[in-house]
Design a protein around this ligand. Structure first.
Ligand SMILES: [Zn+2]
Length: 295
């Protein structure tokens, strides 16, 4: 798919709010809530209503409380790289339907049409403040960013490309986990991508993992948590199983903020929580330090 095609997709659906898991079960006071107009959006955290354009111009972050809305994969890349320029990596993966699910292919085609992506991850090369890097961004809008054969292959291909070109790699993860529609073959992608990270790492490559909301399941249990440096967006849900599943399993109440970025940072799982507006300069700084070391 050409970049033109990729970008002609509309922004309207972009600022979709993802309710933090902790709020999903909170009782809603619908009586006092003002309904937003068509060109407006309500922040799920502070409940204030803003014009969609205001939120869009602020990198899809609430201007009042800093709530991070979901941002589409291509927009995230465009905002990250110099002058919005990047080159998609070529990696054709044939459609596979190992469980012969009758609706699966139509579903994928509909999502390709809707999101402008060929799969749940976009892989490209671009420069951040002049530092070239391979960048992969997962899309939670494409079957919950689930990892199937195509995602596993595209991520592996990105690592192999970065290895060949001696470039660092940055991956923004967002995933509900393994793709159930592809059965055990989706679980095998965990081993495949982890092995790709290992080879890349052995050759001295720098891998920066950026965890965004939500990063869960098989992606957490593979490449998302294998970075040399692990960053996270504020208040992102990061975990293997969801908090409710864990509570039901162990029969205990979990501590507040469990599986959120800030909790993960406090407990050493995340190196730094970086707000979206600081992401570009933070990544540029890390890339610069790495480039100097390599010389
Ligand atoms: Zn807000």
């Amino acid at each position: 798919m050409s970049l033109k095609e990729l970008f002609k997709k509309k922004d309207e659906t972009e600022a979709e709010a993802v309710t933090p898991a902790s709020e999903e079960t909170a009782p809603k006071d619908t009586t006092s809530e003002k309904k937003p107009e068509e060109d407006e959006i309500t922040c799920p955290k502070c409940k204030q209503i803003f014009p969609k354009k205001t939120v869009k111009d602020n990198l899809y972050v609430c201007p009042a409380c800093g709530y991070h809305f979901v941002i589409s994969a291509e927009r995230r890349v465009r905002k990250l790289v110099d002058d919005g320029n990047f080159k998609l990596l070529k990696c054709k993966v044939a459609f596979a339907n190992p469980l012969e699910n009758p609706d699966y292919e139509d579903k994928i085609h509909a999502l390709q049409e809707k999101t402008g992506l060929d799969e749940a991850v976009l892989t490209c090369v671009g420069k951040i403040e002049g530092n070239e890097a391979v960048i992969a961004v997962m899309s939670s809008k494409f079957l919950m960013g689930s990892m199937g054969i195509a995602v596993g292959e595209k991520v592996t291909n990105a690592f192999e490309y970065a290895d060949r070109k001696k470039l660092p790699i940055i991956i923004f993860t967002a995933s509900g986990g393994a793709r159930m529609q592809e059965g055990i073959l989706s679980l095998m992608q965990m081993a495949k991508t982890s092995a790709a990270v290992e080879r890349f790492s052995k050759h001295g490559g720098l891998y920066i993992s950026v965890l965004t909301h939500p990063t869960t399941g098989g992606v957490t249990a593979s490449f998302a948590t294998l970075g040399d440096i692990t960053l996270a967006e504020p208040e992102a849900l990061i975990g293997f199983a969801g908090p409710r599943v864990i509570e039901q399993t162990i029969g205990q109440k979990l501590p507040e903020g469990f599986q959120r970025s800030e909790f993960m940072e406090e407990h050493g799982f995340v190196d730094q929580v970086v707000p979206r507006e600081k992401m570009r300069e933070t990544l540029a700084q890390i890339l610069r330090l790495h480039a100097k070391r390599g010389k």
